[in-house]
Design a protein around this ligand. Structure first.
Ligand code: ZN
Ligand code: ZN
Length: 412
């Protein structure tokens, strides 16, 4: 297929207004076995972006799928959220049978919440416990936001494999599922955001989006076909695959709880128990609710910078608690980007952490925001792909291209 045909397809797709978001997302999901729904324009211009090796492999294999992916992604972003056909309420996902309890999730969630109630027993209180809890919320929260979400799901940067696995162990201490399942579920959410197969849309109701979806068995998200489709790249790692096939993750959680207790025990039994209650049980519950708030609050309350084709919103409170994840409308607009910060005051602590890792050499290939990717793709001016990149950009980001062109003519 020639670049001319690519360009034609991109234009046709970009002009397909009004579009069927469902169809677009199906294509995005189809293209996402290696790049999620977040393949950037850089993939077809030779600029290294998310996906690491996979993106590079895709580039060498041919950019067709990713060109379409880019076009569909941009087409989605061109529409105002208010035009989404799913403005009304949603029923439960078709795959869900009401009343079919998923005990594997329900039991630990109820038990850990019950144990966290020990916080009201004065004997377990200590200011050290409170301080350890607050610090642990940030550290173990990063296991989810930095590792599971930005690194594994969206591949917004590359880190050494040993470091990535360490981060996965940190994430497992939050008891939020194994990496393969978490990534598959989240990519599934992006592919069907606020439409019927979305596993946790608040358009069903707030409680469903926040925690209810975990209590009811959903065969659409919990099956090997979904894992293969949405998280194949993750499960290629033998360690992550082993986590799926064993109960190691349970023992990792138990072991880290024992370490908290043992550290406190150095001083006294009381402090050991305080660290266990505050640093493990309370902290686990807090991190759970912060993560769940991204699914519930940020698809209901807040403002939208973009029409991302769904009900995603930017919510400052969730952004504050979840280290930048609350800028969820920005994220749905540009999921490939390492940064959710699109305005100077939209503070994104996780992005700063990624930049910090980059500064000490632990993170490379950090994916910049979309407008910078487009600018870089235009600068590269590679023989075939650059012309395509400019063509796609011209259709989909006309303001950026016009600004670049006027800047170029001014220099000339
Ligand atoms: Zn979302
Ligand atoms: Zn995401």
């Amino acid at each position: 297929m020639t670049a001319g045909v690519f360009r034609q397809e991109a234009v046709l797709v970009a002009r397909s207004v009004p579009c069927d978001h469902r169809e677009h997302r199906r294509v995005l999901a189809h293209c996402s076995s290696f790049c999620s729904d977040s393949t950037s324009i850089g993939v077809n211009t030779g600029f290294s972006t998310n996906g690491g090796e996979k993106a590079r492999n895709a580039r060498s294999a041919g950019p067709v799928a990713c060109v379409r992916d880019v076009a569909f992604s941009y087409t989605l972003s061109m529409h105002d959220a208010s035009s989404n056909a799913s403005d009304g309420r949603l029923s439960l996902p078709d795959s869900v049978t009401p009343g079919k309890i998923d005990w594997v999730y329900l039991v630990p969630i109820v038990v850990i919440h019950a144990l966290a109630l020990l916080v009201f027993v004065p004997a377990f209180f200590s200011w050290t416990g409170v301080a350890v809890m607050l610090a642990s919320v940030f550290v173990f929260g990063q296991g989810i936001t930095l590792c599971y979400h930005r690194l594994l799901t969206h591949r917004c940067a590359k880190v050494p494999k040993w470091f990535e696995r360490c981060l996965v162990i940190v994430a497992l201490c939050s008891l939020e599922d194994t990496p393969g399942r978490w990534v598959a579920t989240h990519r599934f959410h992006h592919a069907h955001s606020d439409e019927n197969p979305d596993p946790h849309s608040p358009l069903v109701n707030f409680l469903w989006a926040h925690v209810g979806w975990l209590f009811i068995y959903n065969p659409a998200t919990h099956n090997i076909g979904t894992y293969q489709k949405y998280a194949r790249d993750v499960l290629e790692d033998p360690f992550y695959l082993k986590l799926e096939k064993s109960t190691i993750w349970v023992w990792i959680y138990v072991a880290h709880a024992a370490i908290y207790f043992a550290v406190g025990l150095i001083q006294s039994v009381e402090l050991g128990l305080s660290l266990l209650v505050w640093g493990v049980f309370v902290r686990t519950v807090v991190v759970w609710h912060i993560t769940w708030s991204v699914n519930s609050f940020t698809h209901m309350f807040g403002y939208a910078n973009y029409g991302a084709g769904d009900h995603s919103r930017n919510n400052w409170l969730v952004a504050l608690l979840a280290s930048g994840e609350g800028w969820h409308n920005n994220h749905h607009h540009d999921p490939a980007s390492a940064s959710n910060q699109h305005r100077w005051w939209e503070i994104d602590v996780t992005y700063y952490l990624i930049l910090g890792l980059g500064a000490i050499g632990l993170a490379t290939d950090i994916t910049p925001p979309r407008h910078k990717r487009i600018a870089l793709s235009m600068e590269l001016k590679q023989p075939i792909d650059a012309s395509l990149g400019v063509a796609v950009a011209a259709v989909l980001e006309p303001h950026a291209v016009a600004a670049a062109a006027s800047e170029e003519s001014a220099i000339a």
